[in-house]
Design a protein around this ligand. Structure first.
Ligand code: OXD
Ligand code: MN
Length: 582
């Protein structure tokens, strides 16, 4: 029980609806966590991994029909449909509550209902916000303990503040036909039924820290974004913090934990990880944007993570890690495609591995690990005031057209670049993979309100006294005529970040084009990277005809938002069109 009556009443009300056998208030202690793990080991929810190579690490195999976010079953329920916008599925709040309460009725019979008080952000940060998740899944409790500041300290803050986001979750029968993820931003409430998958069930993450928080952020004058935060320290010991938005499974974790190329390491460059998925930013007294990572852990995509691609992530997950839907080797070590040359013994479903069944690890298999286990975890990551942001980066997966990097000429142009972002879909959500779709600011699945209003909110930060970051667009995924990537990516992305920082410092010139400023190739440090002539040509130039049809596509996309779309974005798009025509 809590000394906050509103919280007690809500818990009692939900218990009378769902009828759990018992209620457990989580305190976040080590003892509680150890007990949960043994209970899940006993009932088979968690399988212990090799204790010598991966101490205190576990494998969870989820239901094969419950392995990703379900965007078609995710709703934003606002009184006025237009407040949710064409970017969201919508249901009237009363209908949505009725539908969900019917599913929740008596669904926890024979189960324990866990009460999880949690804080998104450092517990003493004015930028942090709290919530309480009620769930019947011990797997969710264990993951929430890694991903958020969960337990007694969060409860104390909630009792002090008197307000919290209410999240109700049940795995139900894990039936895809009885699965919905509903958000009620006006009531700061989430109801999620029928899935145990991270993005649908760990309600602090996508549901609270993005969909509900984006709504709160607009009301309170800040931004809740699908962005990593990384600190780049130069040889002089100065650190610039960069926030970067990429769609799911497009390398945010890799960029946040980047290892500099050897020549940079020798010169003294360092990279510091603040966050890999979500960024909350607000203007400070000096007019700059300050950011915190609301999460306390990483829920990263396992496939492709290796000693070459992301040594920091690999080092982080050698102990005290929960793996979900990875394969295992004969001696019980976690394994996934891209890790190394070993042969797995069992696939993600627990079957003897057989390549004709497809990949051994599910393409969206994950690790959950505390951020403190990451060797590059920034000493500023727990700073209650956040870190000052020097640059904002938008990026998608674009096989053609889009150059390696370009810079917006001002904030409005930068907002247009973010709003027009396109990317090919990945396995992080159910549905076809590799289809190009517009994904503004990488928030298509996560913005809790009408994108037109969201773009207007972004534009509103440009006001007297503001010292806003520069905005850039990158594309690590450009392909050559042979279908292979033209840019090496990973650690070499630091070369692009160095160029951005030099632009922020005002120490180098760039080539002005209608789409933005492109690097003079000579001003990028490329001496020890091998690039083909085709790569040089395609990564650093722009194709006016191709961009004319890209702008037509953007125009068509914006038509979905009718007159609600901010005029400034229409004018900005027209300006680029005129310049391209000239
Ligand atoms: C994630 C996602 O899990 O974006 O971060 O799907
Ligand atoms: Mn994400």
């Amino acid at each position: 029980m809590s000394n906050l009556e509103a919280l007690n009443q809500w818990v009692v009300g939900i218990a009378s609806l769902t009828q759990p056998e018992r209620i457990q208030w989580c305190d976040g202690s080590d003892t509680e966590y150890t007990e949960l793990l043994s209970q899940m080991q006993a009932d088979g929810t968690l399988l212990p991994l090799n204790a010598k190579t991966h101490p205190d690490s576990w494998l969870h195999r989820s239901d094969p029909d419950d392995v990703a976010r379900v965007e078609h079953l995710t709703f934003v329920c606002t009184t006025d449909r237009d407040d949710a916008g064409p970017n969201n599925h919508w249901m009237a709040p009363a209908d949505a509550h009725a539908k969900m309460d019917a599913l929740f009725a008596e669904c926890m019979r024979g189960r324990t209902m866990y009460v999880i008080p949690y804080c998104m952000g450092p517990i003493d940060s004015p930028l942090a916000r709290c919530g309480v998740e009620l769930t019947d899944s011990p797997y969710v409790v264990a993951n929430m303990r890694i991903m958020t500041r969960m337990g007694a300290a969060a409860l104390a803050r909630i009792e002090r503040e008197g307000s919290f986001v209410r999240g109700l979750h049940s795995i139900g029968e894990l039936d895809p036909d009885r699965r919905f993820i509903m958000h009620f931003p006006e009531e700061l409430t989430i109801k999620s039924y029928g899935s145990g998958y991270g993005g649908n069930a760990l309600l602090g993450k996508k549901c609270h820290a993005l969909r509900i928080a984006s709504w709160q952020a607009r009301e309170e004058g800040w931004l809740a974004e699908h962005m990593l935060i990384v600190g780049i320290e130069n040889p002089k010991g100065e650190t610039h913090y960069i926030a970067a938005a990429f769609p799911s499974a497009c390398g945010k974790t890799n960029l946040a934990m980047l290892i500099p190329p050897e020549s940079y390491r020798e010169a003294g460059w360092k990279v510091w990880t603040v966050g890999d998925d979500i960024c909350w930013m607000r203007p400070g007294e000096d007019g700059r944007l300050y950011a915190i990572n609301p999460e306390a852990g990483f829920f990263g995509v396992a496939p492709g993570t290796s000693a070459q691609s992301n040594p920091n992530a690999l080092a982080s997950i050698q102990h005290d890690t929960i793996f979900t839907n990875v394969a295992v080797t004969a001696d019980g070590q976690p394994w996934w495609e891209g890790l190394d040359e070993r042969e797995p013994a069992k696939d993600w479903r627990g079957r003897a591995h057989d390549a004709t069944n497809g990949p051994a690890a599910h393409p969206n298999s994950r690790f959950t690990v505390s951020a403190r286990q990451c060797p590059s975890y920034s000493p500023r990551a727990e700073d209650p005031q956040g870190v000052p942001i020097s640059a904002i980066v938008f990026g998608g997966r674009r096989a053609s057209l889009v150059p390696l990097v370009f810079e917006a000429r001002d904030w409005t142009h930068g907002v247009l670049i973010g709003a027009a972002m396109g990317s090919e879909t990945t396995a992080a959500a159910t549905g076809a993979v590799g289809v190009m779709r517009r994904d503004p600011m990488a928030m298509k699945p996560f913005c809790g309100y009408n994108f037109a209003d969201y773009f207007a909110h972004w534009l509103s930060f440009d006001k007297p006294g503001a010292k806003l970051p520069k905005i850039f667009h990158v594309n690590w995924f450009r392909k050559g005529d042979d279908g292979k990537f033209l840019w090496p990516g990973f650690g070499d992305n630091l070369r692009v970040l160095e160029w951005m920082i030099a632009r922020v410092d005002g120490s180098i010139d760039a080539v002005q084009t209608p789409i933005g400023a492109l690097p003079h190739v000579a001003s990028m440090r490329l001496d020890d990277v091998v690039l083909s002539a085709e790569a040089h040509q395609k990564l650093f130039s722009f194709d006016a005809d191709g961009w004319r049809s890209e702008l037509d596509g953007i125009k068509r996309y914006f038509e979905e938002f009718d007159a609600r779309l901010p005029r400034a974005l229409v004018d900005e798009r027209r300006r680029i069109e005129r310049e391209l025509a000239a």
